[in-house]
Every structure is written in structure tokens, then in C-alpha cells.
Write a protein of this length. Structure first.
Length: 191
């Protein structure tokens, strides 16, 4: 099993937040806390480092113990560009990526993923199918493939999964939820 000292946590929080009126999702409040804090609570314990792919170098991230990583690509190239940037900044053999807007994450997911790793890593599937942004990746494989894909005009994380030798961790019947739009926050949210 891969030990935590070999894993960097990488939170994907650099999206445009268009369905939330352009708000920075990392700081949208859900269940009394910003989404980024909810993710940190879902992934407790020690990691070699905690990174966040963000829109800008917001000092609030530093107060949470996160090192900000900005995309290496011009404009907004999507989550694959964020994964590329996180992999380039990662100094450990393994990178655990998680979108900031994921909800309903099971306890102990870091250890479950670490136990399921094969070759280039492991990604999660749930009752809705593949969750290509939630996975534990071998950094060397990410560095090799993500940049080449982006250079070739490919930006779908699903295609990255197809290129790499990764295991699938099936969490069914659990359904993870992406908090993308106002209707995903039934109790409301505080931007």
C-alpha cells in the first residue's frame, strides 16, 4: 500500500464557476464552511503536501495550509490543465486529485485508494459512472501524458484515464454529488 508520505493532495479549484454566477467555488459555503474546507475535512490526516489548483493566489488558501498552483496554460484549459499543473508542482511519487465541488465523499477514501492502486494509479467510479477527476495518480505518468494531450488539443480527463493503466475503485451504490449550480445546494449557499 502507498504510504501517506508519498502522497500529495491536489484540490482542483480553478474552475470558472459559471453556473454559480462566476463565483470562486472554493469559497462558496456549504454546510457552514467553504467548499475547500469541506474537502480538507473529507481528506484528513497527513500528506506530504497539500496543493490547490486555483484561479488566483488567494492568501486564504495559505492560511488553510494549501500551496497555490496556477495553470501553466493560457486562458482556461479545463481540469486536465489543472491536473498537469498539479503534477508539475508535485514532489512526491503520487498525487491524489479531488474536485473542490465534490460532496458525499466516504470516510477513509485516501487509504481505500492507496490500497487499490495499480500501475499508474486508481480512479473512482460511482453509481453515475466514472469520476475521472477523483483519483490517486502516479505523478510520472501524469507528467508524461497530460501535457502531450493538451498540446494535441485533447482536454477531456476521461481520455487521460483511458490512456493510463489505472484501476477503478467502484463506490456503487454510492453516488457522489458535484455541487455545480444553485439547485445543488437545497439549503442554499452563501457566496
Amino acid at each position: 500500500m502507498t504510504g501517506r508520505d508519498a502522497i500529495t493532495l491536489g484540490i482542483l479549484a480553478g474552475g470558472r464557476g459559471q453556473r454559480l454566477g462566476g463565483r470562486d467555488k472554493a469559497w462558496v459555503r456549504h454546510r457552514g464552511a467553504p467548499l475547500v474546507e469541506n474537502i480538507l475535512m473529507a481528506f484528513p490526516g497527513a500528506f506530504a503536501e497539500r496543493l490547490v489548483s486555483a484561479r488566483a493566489d488567494d492568501p486564504r488558501f495559505g492560511r488553510l495550509g494549501l500551496r497555490v498552483v496556477l495553470d501553466r496554460r493560457e486562458d482556461f484549459a479545463g481540469p486536465l490543465a489543472a491536473i498537469e499543473a498539479l503534477a508539475a508542482a508535485c514532489t512526491t511519487p503520487w498525487l491524489l486529485t479531488v474536485p473542490v465541488d465534490l460532496d458525499r465523499l466516504p470516510e477513509g477514501l485516501t487509504e481505500t485508494l492507496a490500497a487499490a492502486v495499480e500501475d499508474d494509479g486508481v480512479v473512482v467510479t460511482d453509481a453515475e459512472g466514472l469520476q475521472p477527476l477523483l483519483g490517486l495518480w502516479r505523478c510520472a505518468a501524469l507528467r508524461e501524458h497530460a501535457g502531450h494531450m493538451l498540446d494535441a488539443g485533447e482536454s477531456a480527463a476521461r481520455r487521460l484515464v483511458a490512456r493510463l493503466r489505472v484501476a477503478r475503485l467502484d463506490l456503487s451504490p454510492r453516488r457522489l454529488q458535484n455541487l455545480n449550480s444553485p439547485h445543488d445546494f437545497p439549503e442554499g449557499y452563501d457566496p
